[in-house]
Design a protein around this ligand. Structure first.
Ligand SMILES: [Zn+2]
Length: 324
């Protein structure tokens, strides 16, 4: 009797866990679908599509229960000096258990290339699905995971950055106007692209030069069963991500991607991706979302590690991240 009740309880627990995980993926897909829809017209900086995207992210931050960081709300507005348009980062926070300036910052850019100026082609909307609607979907769901886990010993800041494609404009603005002191940022976890190729068990991070915390990330991921397999090209991309805005100022930051290794016994069909920075960067039926939650868990386990580990990490060569 006892053991059969135990079995029933165990089955119910597993079923509940599976259902909760399925809900995460459902929500992730729904964020990505809305943000990359034609309605948002490619989320070009200064456009109504960009405002719709910011409003969507704000509504999710509010729904999740992230706290408002500014008197004006979740929006951190700024004037883009070159184009003269007003843009906004969307920022939500989860304050630490006790008063501190220390923070872990999560970033994902929500802008894309807008609408192509030259007509003629049938599809002129740069939907920016992989780059980076899915990264924003991950940011929103990571925020939810942390709110559900409760307050931490450091502040958590979730920043959906604007105008990354224009030269890291939103992330640079955040470094000049951080919610908690820049020198007290433990690490920035940036999300640019996410795994929509099905289950994977390897990963890589950027940067892997000029910083001293890659080994920590590799070790923590290893404890979770992930294999580190860095491709050769990644070192050439150091200045192309929002991380560069922070790294240049000596603030530890990383972006993490999954690799191409498929777990043993798993069979998948490779999805077809349209190239990024083109109107082909759209969601299609071949995308496999079944690896999303595992990558969310990986991001969270790494930021959990940096929230609890007292060791000092640093950027040894900030100049490596200056755009020529
Ligand atoms: Zn991007």
């Amino acid at each position: 009797m006892y053991s059969s009740r135990c079995n029933l309880l165990l089955s119910l627990t597993i079923l509940t866990a599976i259902t909760v995980r399925a809900q995460v993926t459902e929500r992730f897909i729904s964020h990505a679908t809305y943000l990359s829809s034609d309605k948002l017209e490619g989320r070009g900086p200064g456009t109504s599509g960009s405002i719709l995207a910011a409003e969507y992210i704000q509504s999710k931050f509010r729904e999740i229960g992230l706290e408002i960081p500014f008197e004006s709300g979740y929006f951190q507005e700024f004037l883009q000096s070159e184009s003269g348009v007003t843009e906004r980062n969307v920022v939500g926070i989860l304050r630490a258990l006790s008063s501190t300036e220390k923070s872990v910052v999560f970033t994902a850019h929500f802008d894309a290339y807008g609408i192509a100026e030259e007509g003629g082609a049938e599809d002129i909307i740069y939907n920016g699905a992989r780059d980076n609607a899915i990264g924003v979907a991950a940011l929103i769901e990571l925020a939810r995971m942390y709110v559900n886990s409760g307050r931490q010993n450091q502040n958590l800041v979730f920043v959906a950055t604007a105008a990354e494609e224009d030269g890291l404009v939103g992330s640079r603005y955040y470094t000049q106007h951080p919610v908690f002191a820049l020198e007290e940022i433990t690490i920035v976890a940036n999300i640019d692209g996410f795994n929509v190729s099905g289950p994977r068990d390897d990963f890589f991070v950027m940067p892997r030069q000029g910083v001293d915390f890659v080994d920590d990330i590799v070790a923590e991921a290893g404890r979770r069963g992930w294999t580190y397999s860095p491709p050769d090209w990644i070192d050439t991309m150091n200045t192309n991500f929002d991380t560069a805005a922070f790294l240049l100022l000596g603030v530890p930051a990383f972006t993490l991607w999954t690799g191409n290794s498929i777990p043993e016994g798993v069979h998948i069909t490779e999805p077809e991706f349209g190239s990024i920075h083109s109107p082909e960067d759209e969601i299609n039926d071949t995308w496999d979302w079944s690896g999303v939650e595992a990558q969310l868990d990986l991001y969270k386990s790494i930021t959990d590690y940096f929230l609890t580990d007292p060791g000092i990490i640093s950027v040894q060569d900030p100049e490596l991240f200056r755009k020529e």
